[in-house]
Write a protein that binds this ligand. Structure first.
Ligand SMILES: [Zn+2]
Length: 190
């Protein structure tokens, strides 16, 4: 799926989780870092593609990308699996406390938001015809629903025309039905 679809799907997932497990404390820095982190998490599994926007954000990103991409073992392999998710989580656990200041930012909330983005990417890709190698290094491809002809074609009509409006309608519905919870989360900010 395209980066745009993944961004939208990740954000909708983040808001959904926030309504089910609202944070007990939240400040502005944590909220912004979490939203940016959620998008970064959603784009990470496709770092194996040269066109990934995250490479453009890094200085000399394309050079770094050329060196790192072979480590990801080709498109939709390690980066789209449970094993890849566990490794990513371990890397975040190690790196985030070193680059974020824990006295301003709640690193736990940021970590969860990044992982929500990552997991939402795998769920979105599993809706496509190609499926994902969830149990990599086992090659078996997993998809929802299990029969591939019922799934979405990447870049096809459903993805290009239907998905974004459906996500927008879902978000409007969610905000309306969970208004109280979301407002209580926003009230934590002051
Ligand atoms: Zn992907």
């Amino acid at each position: 799926m395209t980066a745009r679809t993944h961004d939208a799907f990740a954000f909708a997932s983040l808001v959904t989780v926030a309504t089910i497990y609202p944070p007990v404390s939240l400040n502005l820095a944590t909220m912004f870092t979490s939203i940016v982190g959620n998008i970064v998490g959603a784009l990470t599994p496709d770092l194996d593609q040269a066109s990934n926007r995250l490479w453009d954000l890094l200085p000399a990103g394309n050079f770094v990308g050329k060196i790192l991409r072979p480590l990801l073992l080709g498109h939709r392999t390690l980066s789209h699996s449970i094993l890849g998710g566990v490794i990513y989580y371990k890397v975040l656990e190690f790196v985030l406390p070193k680059i974020l200041n824990a006295s301003y930012v709640n690193i736990g909330i940021v970590t969860v938001s990044i992982m929500i983005g990552f997991i939402s990417h795998l769920i979105a890709d599993s809706l496509t015809k190609e499926g994902i190698p969830l149990f990599f290094p086992f090659k078996m491809k997993i998809g929802i629903p299990p029969v591939s002809f019922m799934r979405i074609t990447t870049g096809g009509f459903i993805e290009n025309v239907l998905i974004l409006p459906v996500i927008a309608i879902y978000l409007i519905w969610l905000v309306n039905t969970k208004k109280e919870i979301l407002l209580s989360v926003l009230k934590l900010l002051d």
